[in-house]
Ligand binder design. Structure first.
Ligand code: 13P
Ligand code: SF4
Length: 303
């Protein structure tokens, strides 16, 4: 693979600053190409917890950099674009969660990693789309579970377990607005294709899926022998990996509207600037970090 001058400059800067570049599968292709660690939210948080690098630069969205800072407070965590947020994470506030906890005393609070540090700090345990079912199954004798903030993920998990789950009505706009009708139309055009979807999609969409899982799960599923042609119900950044890993297979977007604007905010130029100037540091205050770390570490122990 031949790198552009800008990509080479970034690789050089990473070496000089003893830094690693972590990137989510939804990032731009040219960023994925030069990442040290590429993964779904679970893999990125695991790496953030165990790396020896002094500086972590995150090509992802704010909650990912924040989770890295919570887990590794001694390291410098950079987010090249501080305005790269997650609309789903913004769909719950500490005040609203406080009120819900009062309404459901004794409920366990299971929080999707797509949430702010303040929300994690009020939670019992975190989860990602890769381990949500496992996390719920690991909970002992709790009467009910408040699962926040993604209602679609909560409903999907409720269907996989016999626990009483109260879903929060937040959603990821990228996945939520994929309709069953769009999927049916794409299936009609590609009758031999299997359909893989992310659990942030609505139930009516998940019912049409042959496979439901995180981005890593979808990439793994695409590698199965019987999958020759696959309709993809998640953000378009995943196509870079799918086509790179399985060039002989055919991948079709379930809709052409599944692009996360926040994930795409970060450019190579932003990464170079952040590294050069060591700017856009993400740091979580200790009174929030300590309880948030407990919820994240409890999840990592289960994963
Ligand atoms: P995963 O990384 O768990 O697949 O989640 C996708 C997502 O929406 C991240 O923002
Ligand atoms: Fe948030 Fe959805 Fe974008 Fe992921 S894809 S960062 S959940 S808005």
């Amino acid at each position: 693979m031949s790198l552009t001058k800008l990509q080479q400059d970034i690789r050089q800067l990473l070496k000089e600053k003893k830094a690693i570049l972590l990137a989510h599968y939804y990032q731009r292709d040219e960023i994925q190409e030069i990442a040290d660690i590429l993964g779904d939210s679970l893999a990125l948080s695991m790496e953030a917890a165990r790396t020896n690098a002094e500086v972590l630069i995150f090509a992802g969205v704010h909650f990912m950099a924040e989770s890295a800072s919570i887990l590794s407070p001694g390291k410098t965590v950079l987010l090249p674009r501080p305005d790269a947020g997650c609309p789903l994470a913004d769909m719950i506030t500490p005040e609203a969660l406080g009120a819900a906890k009062k309404e459901h005393p004794g409920a366990a609070v299971v929080t999707y990693i797509n949430s702010s540090a303040a929300i994690k700090a009020m939670s019992d345990v975190c989860c990602t789309s890769a381990n949500a079912v496992k996390v719920i199954r690991s909970l002992g004798d709790v009467k009910e579970i408040l699962m926040i903030p993604d209602g679609n993920l909560a409903r999907y998990v409720a269907g996989q377990t016999d626990r009483k789950i109260i879903p929060w009505e937040g959603y990821c706009p990228v996945h939520h607005f994929l309709s069953a009708e769009q999927v049916r139309r794409t299936k009609e055009k590609h009758p031999r294709a299997t359909f893989a979807a992310h659990p942030e999609c609505r139930q009516e969409v998940l019912r049409l899926a042959d496979y439901v899982g995180s981005t890593t799960g979808i990439i793994r599923y695409a590698g199965e022998e019987h999958v020759r042609e696959m309709i993809v119900g998640t953000e378009h950044g995943i196509f870079y990996q799918l086509r790179k890993q399985y060039p002989e297979k055919i991948f079709i977007p379930a809709s052409d509207q599944m692009t996360c604007e926040d994930m795409k905010k970060i450019t190579l130029a932003d990464i170079k600037t952040a590294l050069t100037e060591m700017k856009n540091v993400v740091k979580v205050p200790e009174d929030v970090r300590i309880p948030a770390k407990k919820a994240l570490e409890r999840m990592l122990a289960i994963s």
